[in-house]
Write a new protein. Structure first.
Length: 156
């Protein structure tokens, strides 16, 4: 997979600090949605809401695994996933500490979603310098993606 240029560790998913009030509001909202789904005979929706609740509850008690991010001379390794530079259209770095420190990877394939990688304590300028010889930088993307904003604000 090429020669290692820089690496760091990130959590598998962002651990959210949620208050008791957050859980109460989420439980009430989930209960109301399940009642609505049953009243409208939309049982699949009820199952989906129930699954979201269970997954959220389980992830609250489980510590996220640490995964390694490695930038190499041929691609980027994120945990068990390897992304070759030829498949990456561009990258961008959104850095507004202390809340937002993200590396975004966009791909040529429209079926491949945008990947966001937390930079943690790594210097964003070093990451940028290592990526520039291999792929283009998107200077127009200078804000956090909407899904990342919603996850951070609503502690999802």
């Amino acid at each position: 997979m090429g020669r290692r240029l820089i690496s760091w560790h990130v959590d598998e998913y962002r651990r959210q600090e949620r208050s008791r009030l957050w859980y109460i509001v989420a439980a009430i909202l989930g209960f109301v949605l399940i009642i609505y789904a049953i009243a409208t005979s939309n049982f699949l929706f009820a199952v989906i809401i129930l699954m979201i609740g269970i997954i959220t509850l389980i992830s609250s008690f489980k510590e996220p695994d640490a995964i390694e991010v490695i930038i190499t001379t041929t691609g980027i390794v994120i945990g068990n996933d390897y992304y070759e530079y030829k498949k990456i259209k561009d990258f961008s770095i959104v850095y507004e500490p202390p809340e937002v420190k993200l590396l975004y990877l966009d791909f040529h394939s429209p079926w491949h979603p945008l990947v966001s990688v937390p930079l943690e304590d790594v210097d964003p300028n070093v990451v940028r310098e290592q990526l520039l010889p291999f792929t283009q930088e998107d200077l127009n993307r200078n804000e956090e993606h909407l899904t990342d904003v919603l996850q951070r604000l609503y502690k999802l």
